[in-house]
Each structure stands twice: as C-alpha cells, then as structure tokens.
Ligand binder design. Structure first.
Ligand SMILES: Cc1ncc(COP(=O)(O)O)c(C=O)c1O
Length: 460
C-alpha cells in the first residue's frame, strides 16, 4: 500500500485531474454492513479499483479549484505514524500534545503573538472561525453567557465583516446563536478590501441604535479573488471601538512565510485571533485547521468544562493541565499536529514560503496570458494566487459554466467558478506545490479551444 501510494503521488501528472464516477463504480460501495471479515487484499483491490481513481484530484498539478492544498508525501507518512500511535489529543500527559504545543509556539512567533496566546488544531478554518466567534462572544458578555445564554444578556451584539468574506463567517454567527442578522456585511472597495469608512459608519449607526458592536473580522486572502483587507487599518478601528479583531487567514495568513508577501499582512500581529489552514498553502494533508488566540485565558474560559471523569492530577497520566479539550468543543482529537510538524520540519518553512511565492508568480503569468488574448477577459485584480477571468461571448455565464464543466470532464485542469459583480468567472486558485507553468498553459489552451468550439457551435 505504501509503495503504491508513493507511486500514485509520484505519477499523479499522468492521471486525469478528475473523472466522472461511472454508475457501476458509485454503486459498488453500496453493500450491506459487513458482519463477516474480508481479506485485506480484497478490500484493498476494491479501494484501488473504485476509490483511488475517483477522488477530488487536488494532489494533481492541474487542480486549481476552490482553495485546496496538494498534500505532500512527508505529511502522508506522518499521518500513517499518527494512525499507528492512535493518540487522543483531547488531554492527558503525553508527547503528542507537546508537539501540538510546539506548533502553537511556532505560530505565536510567526504572528508576533505573546507567550500567553493559545492555539488549537481543528478540522478547518470554518471551525476555527466558529470558535473565534464564541471566544469573542465570551469576551464581550463574560462567562455567564455560557450558562445564561445570549438571550439573557441586555446587550445586542453585532459583528462586522466585508462582503467578500467566506460564507462560514455568517454560518459561525448562525451556529453561535448570535444570528446572521447580527452580522453587518460591509461593502468593499475596487480591490475587494473592506471599505474602512463604510465600516466606521456602520459601527456608529449601530451604536446610535443602542446595539453593541463586539467583533470585527478581517480577511487575509478572500476566497473569491485573494484580496487582503487593510489589516492595520482594521486593527486601529478595532482598538478605538474596543472590538475583538479576528482574522480569517484560511490560506492567506501563511503568506507570512513568503518574505515579499509578509509586508502585505501588516497589522496581523494586532489581531485578537487568527484562523488558518495548514492543509491549504502549507500543503499538509487534510485536515489541519488551526486557531490562534491572543488571550489564552479567555479562550480557555470559553470552552473549559470540568467533569469528574476528566479530573486533572499533579502527576501520572492525568497531569499536563491545561488539556487541549479546554480550548474547543472536541474531547476526542486526532494527532493533526504530527503531519504538520513533520511537513514544517522536513521541508522547512522557507521552502513552503517559496511555494507560496511561486503560486503567486504563476497566477501573474496566467493574468498576463488572459490580458494578452482578446477572447479572454480578466474579471478581478490579481492580488495573490487567484485569477478570475472568462471567455467573452453572448450569455457569458452559461458559456463559462459550460467551459468549466467541460474542463473538469477533460481531466486536464480543474478550476472552479465564482460569481463576481460582472458575472460568472472561471476561477483558478493556484495552491498546489506541483503546479507548473505548463499547467497554466494547459488551462489557457483548453479554455481557448472550448470557448472557440462553443462559439462556433452557437453560430452554426
Ligand atoms: C477565506 C476562507 N475562509 C474560510 C474557508 C473555509 O476553510 P475550511 O474549508 O478549511 O473550513 C476558506 C476555504 O477555502 C477560505 O478560503
């Protein structure tokens, strides 16, 4: 299995990025609960036949959809070791937790957070953003909110985020009980950054109405086009208005590792909390989301839930307080830290920074290729590693949606789509460390060929 998997990764370029799942394959896993044992080799054959060829494809250099990391073999091996150890990182006194704590220390250093800051691995940034909203809520209302609920609080809390923010922020407001109506969606400027003047107006408006602004969320890399909000400007407003300043840095926060990009994150060190994913630009295999919180005490107060059966001791296996389960809702937690630790140590963060820089350079090459072709149209400024463009023509939304579906089925490249002001865009997010210039060229060539063919078909 190990040899096969290493070969799979090594030879990934020879495979289609993605391919449609034939009906018989889809049905082949629909089996009754297997009460009797089966040979490992038989099940492995089924894996090779029915699962391996039909995955998302984000390990492939032609994958450019959404924001998916490519993974890496070192992380894969570490994942195998972690599964062998079968460690539970909810708590207790063992070295796997020390590895997670070391990554917390590294992230504190990277983002200029104090020694008292806390951190936690979670599934992904959607979860990290939710936890951050909950910590900010506790900060605003005090820990009584945990027993009394937000309905008992006299304050009506409101939060602020830009129109370009990821949907999981609104979902976090929903899940936290604060409600999406308590989230103010602030307009963006022409660079898709939050409009600071509009933000200040919205805060003033809410205060006039007797509401309590409590949370400001900035984006370090918006999902649609990779815009970075003016984080220093946001930090200043958060300080003046006494708001919790959270940053959704799902992929963009780790641009701190690329020396020429790090200055664009100026202000990130002033955040109260940062959410990020190691499984995106850092290429750690899924999943490896992370939350960093400046005020570790407030973080712990938000989630710690003592129980007789979780008693801490000064020595023995039940020592090692505080336990990670005091910083989030999960009591059972896998060893996500190990694949992250191995990846960062074996490759070195300079190499990861170089990948981040290279993907941005490839995005600029794609931008230039789009601008050089009259049939293509750039739909948003390229700021990091994401390029939004389309093939010109009548009914462009339908035309470009068709081109993207055809690209997927071609197996050559897999961008995704998004809806911008001017309509549906072909969205190429270059995240994978395996992506090269030839993949960008393949994307452009394939879009041109499909666009021309569709235009000719329509004319006929
Ligand atoms: C800016 C931003 N925020 C949040 C998320 C959600 O992250 P995850 O999918 O790890 O939950 C993404 C995912 O692409 C993102 O780009």
């Amino acid at each position: 299995m190990l040899d096969d998997m290493l070969d799979y990764v090594e030879d990934i370029r020879a495979r289609p990025v993605w391919q449609p799942i034939p009906d018989d394959i889809r049905l082949s896993v629909r089996e009754p609960l297997p009460r009797a044992p089966a040979e490992l080799a038989t099940v492995y054959d089924q894996f090779k036949h029915a699962i391996l060829p039909y995955t998302t494809g984000n390990a492939h250099p032609g994958f450019m959809g959404w924001v998916h990391g490519g993974g890496n073999p070192v992380g894969m091996l570490a994942e195998m070791l972690a599964a062998g150890l079968n460690a539970n990182l909810g708590g207790r006194d063992h070295m796997p937790i020390e590895v997670e704590r070391q990554i917390v220390r590294w992230m504190r250093d990277l983002f200029g957070f104090p020694d008292t800051a806390s951190g936690l691995f979670v599934t992904g940034t959607s979860m990290a953003n939710l936890l951050a909203v909950l910590v900010a809520r506790t900060d605003a209302l005090g820990i009584a909110v945990r027993s009394e609920g937000i309905a008992a609080a006299p304050e009506r809390l409101v939060a602020y985020v830009s129109a370009a923010a990821h949907g999981c922020i609104a979902q976090a407001m929903d899940l936290s009980g604060l409600g999406t109506a308590a989230l103010r969606i602030v307009p963006t400027n022409h660079r898709h950054q939050i409009d600071l003047a509009a933000l200040e107006d919205a805060i003033a408006d809410d205060r006039r109405q007797g509401l309590t602004p409590f949370l400001l969320i900035g984006s370090a890399g918006t999902v649609d086009i990779g815009a970075i909000d003016d984080l220093a400007g946001l930090a200043g407003i958060a300080r003046r208005e006494r708001l919790w300043f959270h940053i959704d840095g799902a992929f963009g926060a780790l641009a701190m590792l690329a020396p020429e990009l790090a200055p664009r994150l100026a202000g990130i060190a002033s955040a109260d909390s940062i959410a990020l994913d190691f499984h995106k630009w850092a290429q750690v295999p899924y999943d490896a989301g992370f939350l960093l919180v400046r005020n570790g005490t407030r973080h712990r107060e938000t989630f710690a839930s003592p129980a007789a059966y979780l008693r801490r001791e000064a020595r023995g296996l039940a020592a090692g307080s505080p336990w990670p389960c005091e910083f989030g809702p999960d009591l059972s937690r896998g060893f996500r830290a190990l694949k992250t630790w191995f990846t960062l140590k074996v490759h070195g963060t300079d190499a990861i920074g170089a990948v981040i820089s290279r993907t941005c350079a490839l995005a600029r090459e794609l931008e230039a290729a789009v601008l050089a072709r009259p049939e293509l149209e750039l739909l948003a400024p390229v700021q990091l590693n994401i390029v939004c463009f389309r093939y010109r023509g009548s009914d462009p939304d339908r035309l470009n949606a068709k081109i993207v579906a055809d690209l997927h089925e071609s197996g050559i490249v897999a961008p995704s789509t998004t809806l911008l002001d001017r309509g549906l865009a072909i969205r190429a997010a270059i995240v994978n460390h395996r992506t090269e210039r030839r993949d960008i060229e393949a994307l452009v060539d394939a879009v041109m060929a499909l666009g021309r063919a569709e235009t000719a078909r329509r004319a006929a």
